[in-house]
Design a binder for this molecule. Structure first.
Ligand SMILES: [Cu+2]
Length: 321
């Protein structure tokens, strides 16, 4: 009865131990670039350690009991009169009970502490970034700097980052594991995410919710850089960037990966598969959110993320969205 369960638990346990080594450098909260992910890491190890209080005795005792009471050559004396043995009952129920209470309190406090909506108090005011989920890339708008990017999120070190996020297609899940927790985005509504990078370095962000063909390519480079490097980068985006006009936005919002979008919108002043934009001065983010608030259902041609988006009535390619 116990042997098959052990055979199942052991590989799971071993693979959990191997997680830190399977992901490459700083693409995980186990190698954090900021305090939010750092706390998630500490919490993760505490949760694992506390769970082990209940799990380890099973790992140790099951093989011991199996060996000692084995049918042939076993030398233990089997005395099945434990059903009313008080001290054992107290340990068996009491220890897991305490573990659960401690874990609950820890989780409750960590959840409140790491509230993604809570602005991080820094020495300098936060950098504002508006994030738009598209099929299949993320658009980052820096409204105060009048620039936008695809495929690259650059933030200055020791500066809080205050994000507001939405989607201009289906529901997606935004995640930069080395910096902050995962958060969902949906069309017509916004969510918020706050974090701060306290170490310079490179990591990666992604969409963790499956959204179709190009989903695997929906990731982006994240760079936490010094203030000087950030200034230089902003200049580079301004110089290399094209205007994010409504036409260009509609090209970007098509069902394509950042690689395909780069072929249409990219130029030699932008890094490979990365797009730089200058904002035309309109409140693009607000317009994207309000697209879904007209009170009328949108036609397929008006919905980014559909095959017919922006193509008009002449597109004869089936009725499937
Ligand atoms: Cu929602």
């Amino acid at each position: 009865m116990h042997a098959p369960r052990l055979l199942f638990i052991l590989p799971v346990f071993l693979s959990i131990l191997l997680i830190p080594y399977s992901a490459s450098a700083s693409e995980t909260f186990l190698m954090p670039l900021g305090p939010v992910a750092e706390e998630q890491k500490v919490h993760f190890f505490w949760a694992m350690a506390l769970t082990m209080v209940a799990v380890l005795p099973v790992f140790i005792l099951v093989p011991v009991i199996l060996f000692k009471y084995r049918r042939k050559k076993g030398h233990g004396f089997y005395a099945p009169k434990w059903e009313t043995y008080g001290p054992l009952e107290v340990i068996m129920w009491g220890v897991p009970f305490l573990v659960i209470i401690v874990l609950s309190v820890m989780l409750w406090r960590a959840t409140a502490r790491l509230d993604p909506y809570k602005e991080i108090q820094g020495v300098v005011p936060p950098v504002k970034v508006q994030v738009v989920g598209l099929d299949w890339k993320w658009l980052f708008i820096y409204p105060e700097l009048d620039i936008a990017t695809v495929g690259e999120l650059v933030v200055p070190v020791h500066t809080p980052v205050s994000m507001i996020l939405t989607s201009d297609t289906v529901m997606q899940s935004f995640f930069i594991s080395a910096l902050a927790g995962q958060i969902y985005v949906m069309p017509g509504m916004t969510t918020k995410l706050n974090f701060i990078g306290t170490k310079t370095g490179d990591t990666r962000g992604e969409n963790t919710q499956y959204t179709g063909n190009g989903f695997v390519d929906q990731n982006f480079a994240v760079k936490v850089v010094t203030d000087e490097d950030f200034e230089a980068w902003v200049k580079q985006v301004r110089t290399g960037g094209i205007v994010l006009s409504p036409e260009n936005y509609n090209r970007l919002a098509q069902r394509n990966t950042k690689k395909q979008a780069y072929k249409v919108l990219g130029n030699s002043k932008m890094p490979e598969n990365t797009l730089y934009f200058n904002l035309p001065g309109t409140d693009l983010f607000h317009e994207i959110v309000m697209r879904y608030h007209s009170g009328k259902p949108l036609s397929i041609e008006e919905q980014p993320g559909t095959r017919k988006f922006g193509r008009g009535e002449d597109d004869a390619e089936g009725a499937q969205p």
